[in-house]
Design a protein around this ligand. Structure first.
Ligand SMILES: [Mg+2]
Length: 162
């Protein structure tokens, strides 16, 4: 994946929709990984540095809400936008309580989608910064009381944090 683009994971069981949204977003300079199952999305996020995930709510197997929870549990800085079909708005609202950044109703307007992805990415950048600041605070505490070896070990861990 190229570093200068936003890494986007899209999961939707409607393959035609998935394909068209992938093409639209690739044309607008996103790196896109498109999968049709929640299970595959969770796997893909383990192997790729995803910034934002766009997750369909209704899918066979692991549904959107479960996918959202699994992604947030493993990658706390990642932001997730839920895609919802007609009649499942209540569940989508519920997802924002489970950590989704926002939700969009399908079929969604491309400009609306781009706006949601931009805002979600901004939030992701802030999340990462916050995590790094917390780690630096922790390091400063060790720097006061810890041994040089502890400090070096912590620095190495901070450097490796995803
Ligand atoms: Mg679906």
């Amino acid at each position: 994946m190229q570093n200068n683009k936003i890494n986007l994971l899209i999961v939707d069981d409607e393959v035609t929709f998935l394909d068209s949204i992938r093409k639209s977003l690739e044309a607008r300079d996103f790196n896109v990984i498109a999968v049709d199952r929640g299970e595959k999305a969770i796997e893909a996020a383990k192997k790729n540095p995803i910034d934002v995930a766009l997750v369909d709510l209704k899918m066979p197997g692991i549904n959107g809400e479960e996918t959202l929870k699994a992604l947030k549990a493993e990658h706390s800085w990642m932001e997730v936008v839920i895609l919802t079909g007609h009649g499942t708005i209540d569940s989508a609202v519920e997802c924002t309580r489970s950590g989704a950044f926002s939700y969009l109703q399908k079929p969604c307007d491309l400009n609306e989608l781009l706006e949601a992805l931009k805002e979600a990415f901004k939030k992701k950048v802030m999340n990462r910064r916050k995590i790094e600041e917390e780690k630096m605070d922790e390091l400063l505490k060790i720097a006061i009381s810890g041994s040089p070896r502890d400090i070096l070990r912590r620095l190495k861990e901070i450097d490796q944090v995803e």
